[in-house]
Design a protein around this ligand. Structure first.
Ligand code: HPA
Length: 270
């Protein structure tokens, strides 16, 4: 369903440079892109394969930034399954970016933590995920590539690179397993206890569909989450979208420093 209009516009704006890395910025994290004077900004409305609906706390712009001979594509805003029940909401955008050269995807998100030591504001590198939703964005795809292996969904080298970047930028970086809940309602305390028993450190309403789609497209993946709250039942405060946006925005600066250090290092070492 990729339209030539998306690819044509992307190619024109890229001016001959292939995209190397996609960075998806989650709820409240738009500031992480730190838009620069030479960046090329494209509104999702001009890109038919990009998500058109918005959730508060989510922008709808693509920022293309030249870095050496390549470009970084920052997605300010994503579509979620909970918006209209479409797990493939990001499929067209990711396929178009892959067609423009993208090899890697760094996905960011806000999450609720099931662990006492992962407090609001903590940055967590995703080591793996649990998709317990019964939903998969590759349902309905008819080629054999749909049977994509998820054994190494989160790339070991990119993870090591993010740890190195965190060290360089002097930013504490934890590790955890992310479990996808469809949302938009938050979890019950019983669901949170179940998730913890199953090995989940973080709970969220995004990321997993994009990671599956990216692996299908052959992209190497890394994931970073900012903890915005302790999950339901683990604190006196009930999780809320307001709080998610507020805490994510507070942590955006730290996340921006970490991602900038990672991209700089990645450019030097390939
Ligand atoms: N649960 C699910 N998604 C979230 C949460 C949560 O507690 N916090 C931020 N995103």
């Amino acid at each position: 369903m990729r339209s030539t209009a998306t690819i044509d516009l992307l190619r024109e704006r890229l001016g001959g440079r292939p995209i190397e890395t996609i960075v998806i910025l989650g709820t409240g994290l738009g500031e992480v892109a730190r838009i620069q004077p030479n960046d090329c900004i494209v509104d999702y409305r001009d890109l038919p394969d990009f998500p058109q609906a918005r959730v508060s706390g989510h922008d709808g712009r693509l920022v293309l930034r030249a870095q050496g001979t390549h470009c970084i594509a920052f997605l300010l805003g994503r579509a979620h399954f909970y918006e209209n029940g479409d797990a493939r909401a990001m499929a067209g955008a990711l396929a178009a970016l892959a067609e423009c050269g993208a090899k890697k995807m760094l996905v960011t998100c806000a999450s609720g933590s099931t662990r006492a030591d992962l407090v609001p504001g903590a940055l967590v590198l995703l080591r793996d995920h649990i998709n317990f939703s019964g939903i998969n964005p590759l349902i309905g795809v008819s080629d054999d590539r749909r049977f994509v292996s998820m054994s190494h969904a989160y790339d070991g080298e990119l993870a090591a690179g993010l740890h190195q970047a965190a060290k360089t930028a002097d930013i504490p970086l934890h590790e955890g397993i992310y479990m996808w809940f469809s949302g938009p309602s938050f979890e019950t305390p019983s669901e949170v206890r179940m998730a913890r028993t199953f090995g989940a450190d973080l709970l969220g309403m995004s990321t997993v569909p994009e990671v599956i789609l990216a692996r299908y497209l052959g992209l190497r993946v890394a994931g970073l989450s900012i903890v915005t709250n302790h999950a339901a039942g683990l604190s006196d405060l009930a999780p809320s979208h307001q709080e998610t946006k507020r805490v994510a925005a507070q942590g955006a600066d730290k996340m921006a420093q970490l991602i900038a250090a990672f991209l700089e290092q990645d450019e030097k070492h390939g």
